[in-house]
Design a protein around this ligand. Sequence first.
Ligand SMILES: Cc1ncc(C[n+]2csc(CCOP(=O)(O)OP(=O)(O)O)c2C)c(N)n1
Length: 569
Amino acid sequence: MKMTGAQIVCESLVKEGVEVIFGILGGVLLPLYDTMPQYPQLRHILVRHEQGAAHAAEGYARATGKVGVCMATSGPGAANLVTGIADAYLDSVPIVAITGQVAKPFIGKDAFQEIDITGITLPITKHNYLVLDPGDLAKTIKEAFYLARTGRTGPVLIDLPKDVQIDRADFNYPEDVVLPGYKPTLKGHPAQIKKAVKLVNEAQKPVILAGRGVIISGAYDELKQLAETAQMPVVTTLLGISGFPDSHILSYGWLGMHGMAYANLAINDADLIIAVGMRFDDRATGRVSGFAPNAKIIHIDIDPAEIGKNVRVDVPIVGDVKNVLKALNKTITQAEHIEWLEQLDDWRREHPSTSIRESDSVLPQYVVRKIYEVTGGDAIIVTGVGQNQMWAAQHYWFDKPNSLITSGGLGTMGFELPAALGAKVGCPDRVVWSIAGDGGFQMTIQELGTIAQERASVKIAILNNGFLGMVRQWQELFYEKRYVATPLSCPDFVKVAEAYCIHGLTVRRKEEVVPAIEQAMREPGPFVINFMVEPEENVYPMVPPGASLAEIVEEPKKEVKIWPQRNTP
Ligand SMILES: Cc1ncc(C[n+]2csc(CCOP(=O)(O)OP(=O)(O)O)c2C)c(N)n1
């Protein structure tokens, strides 16, 4: 039976199990949107800006592991998706972006709202398509979802000219995808696994370094088994947080520029690093020439392009993390590394890294710790970028798998609010907190409108320091406190929330922190808390730019420790 292109798109999305589309329509997408009501399985969420659509699709995908879908019209709509697509690309998030395009006869004519979105997104998508024949739609959509969710997951874009949505073709949804040249290696090579096992058995000071690949492949149990069998400490990357429970006896925090000092020291002193589903990003490694100077490195990753890209690797294993860890677990022998673990425990005692000093003012770290306590560590935390992101990652403790959603690779301010919406839509039974800075929050503040319209019960904590805080910190430390263009005014966020019919509170005193968080949790709908935090608080520890992990700098002021440390007995 012949169908319109728009019907074929909807049928195909239903076949792919799509439940929700985040988007904004426009003239060239009218045929598709006009058809959508015939498919009640497809929930459309009208965002306020297309960047929000892409981040919401990412939040949905990151929280559920399913492919997120966003949609935008041609020209400015498509261009507005670009930041979110790039964000998904750098963090390997499976999304499919569908854009409208001007009708075929207008392509290349600088027509109204025409941009070459496939050209623009070529370097930031796994693949993209301009569909010129409705007969190609079903196959294209099948391929797009397959590419997004297999191998190294990532964004795929499909550009749909208006006439292709109107014209008719036969609809046959293909059973299989045939893509010669695209065959991700899923199983690790046995010879490499053997070499890795030998290194593990010989190591005296091994460290597992776990990245987001663990979360993407759902290899939580396999990672735990490997760590426990060979008694190896686990350090994660920022994006690997919640791939291994923080309360586990073998958990030693996360590494990098604002990671725990003891995690960085562990990496620095290790004689073997088993890097699992991570890509040695510069914020994680510090100065590459000083990275893990004493260690042999086993690198497990599904993407062969990552092997040896940033650091030298002794044993590469290309494959899906879950499969490779399973294979390793089959042959790894039981071992003990008591002395090594004692050394790490000493470092953790000497350099606690997540203590919070006593203060009468509202410290941002204190706010995060109280959100942790009131939520019982059960929430999905979605962060902005900057100091708020680092404090959220340091002071919320993550025991539930996949419970931190953060923009690690692109570092996109404004990610938090729409991504939190997407996470809540994907996981309606989970408590979702968005932790934002006052700068980033103003970048996508309009998505409060979407949250209000959808009655999405997202809880929002703004750590309001009156600055573009992370940049101010760099100005303080490296530019002699010349605060150029970082002091920032903001509207009354509670009034803005109220204008969207969302309840909120401003917190100025320490004793108001917990009652406000409790009130947010009690309210059935979304809730905004504007925490007026210590304006010039800095994030520590810190590996200064250009320094190696071993040169990590701790909080200069003497701290009074008032909080227990992560999993210290
Ligand atoms: C879209 C975007 N623009 C600029 C930056 C550069 N940048 C990184 S952190 C930061 C400051 C963030 O300020 P705020 O959102 O208030 O958070 P804070 O650091 O104060 O917690 C800036 C401007 C960025 N990461 N993303």
